[in-house]
Design a protein around this ligand. Structure first.
Ligand SMILES: [Zn+2]
Length: 107
């Protein structure tokens, strides 16, 4: 797996997905909440979040701040680890140290 630096278009790809996410959620809320179909709305939200997180962990990788090892993470790790803008608080799979790993694009 090769990695490259994050460019503006990658940031835009994230922004676009967030806009789609928020837009769809607001539209779904207008249709569903007044009909009392809250559970469908929650289902749509979970589905969209899964889609974005899944996309994010395939699109991006992380570089260890301590040893420079580059890795991709799985869906669950993507979900429960802390995001720090363009970094992520991660445990390196090589040197096993917790570090502020740098965000990279996987290709
Ligand atoms: Zn490391």
């Amino acid at each position: 797996m090769k990695f490259r630096k994050v460019e503006l278009k990658d940031a835009m790809a994230v922004v676009w997905r967030l806009i789609i996410f928020v837009g769809l959620e607001i539209m779904a809320a207008m249709f569903l909440l007044e009909k009392g179909l809250m559970w469908i709305w929650v289902l749509i939200m979970v589905g969209l979040l899964t889609w974005i997180v899944n996309w994010h962990c395939h699109y991006f990788g992380y570089e260890c701040d301590k040893c420079g090892h580059k890795q991709q993470i799985d869906f669950l790790k993507e979900f429960y680890t802390l995001n720090l803008f363009n970094r992520k608080y991660l445990k390196c799979e090589k040197c096993k140290k917790w570090n502020r790993a740098k965000l990279l694009v996987a290709r």
